[in-house]
Design a protein around this ligand. Sequence first.
Ligand code: KIV
Ligand code: ZN
Length: 386
Amino acid sequence: MSKNSIQIFDTTLRDGEQVPGCKLNTEQKVTIAEQLDYLGVNVIEAGFPVSSPGDFKSVQAIANIVKNATVCGLTRAVENDIKVAAEALKTAKTPRIHTGIGTSDSHIKFKFKSNRDAIIDRAFEAVKYAKSFVEDVEFYAEDAGRTDNDYLARVCEAAIKAGATVLNIPDTTGYCLPSEYGAKIKYLKENVKGIENAILSCHCHNDLGLATANSIEGVINGARQIECTINGIGERAGNTALEEVVMVLKQHPYLNLDTSINTKQLYGISQLVSENMGIYTQPNKAIVGANAFAHSSGIHQDGVIKNRETYEIIDPKDVGVTESAIVLTARSGRAALAYRAKNVGYELTKLQLDDVYANFLSFADKKKEINDNDIHEIIATSNVYQ
Ligand code: KIV
Ligand code: ZN
């Protein structure tokens, strides 16, 4: 069976950059955009051009240099936003305008002090206006996660009628359960008139730690685009992490869902984004965290040294990490100590190992982690070597 391709829409430079205190300058944004293009993302959301002259300039610069991906700019359902975005995207090979409006009752009542029918009219007009500038228009129904499905379907129909090519269904507040989000996508796929003329897109936030699970449920139920950021960065608890959804799909081939991402670049781009944004990636972060391929307990180390597959579902090289790490702590066993000692030049017999191991444990109880220098010292001060 041939695989269905899932478009990867990267919003590191727009939704990701909304992290407090993490502003990037144009030069940094261009560097990241070049690497995203090289990584193989299908769409780069470069910014929100009307928001500031700096963001306008960055979107323009990215539109100029990106060779393969579609370059996208965000707007509200406001004519001037759309006009400014179209101007910033003018030189892009394949430009996309991403426009939309809040559709949940709370957005309609409190943000817009409006009503459901008036919001549908605004959605229609915004897409129609955007379409007068570019062929590719994506519509977002902000807070779709908390919008009732019947009304959401009506909004989507209006956007398709006005020419939308992509319908973004954001779980803006990260509220949905995976089953709920998947059912929403399925409902829209089955009930929106004209849906064959557009694709559905998942845009999930991580307030309950469910962004990746929700996006995967979305594509299992018929969405064909995932919006995500490198390292899952973004406002509050962040967005869906690109590296996570890509690797979930790669590690579960029976889903028949594929992406165009060159996974060997995932670790490098994670480091690039983290350094430029000044955001430290948590060590236990899936796929790209410092401990994602590190083994420290004796039982696991023994297994991994015999065969990596015992405790690793991903070959670290597949995501650009050179090798798994065998970390020596007071929880490590003889197998790990022998392995690390061999790496620094000592081939220990069983008898020597017993002796060195006893010395190792008394060192390890006093230190968080034993490094290569410590190994030399432990061996030098063991009885068997004196
Ligand atoms: O989370 C959200 O709803 C958004 C939209 C503006 C697309 O980021
Ligand atoms: Zn968002």
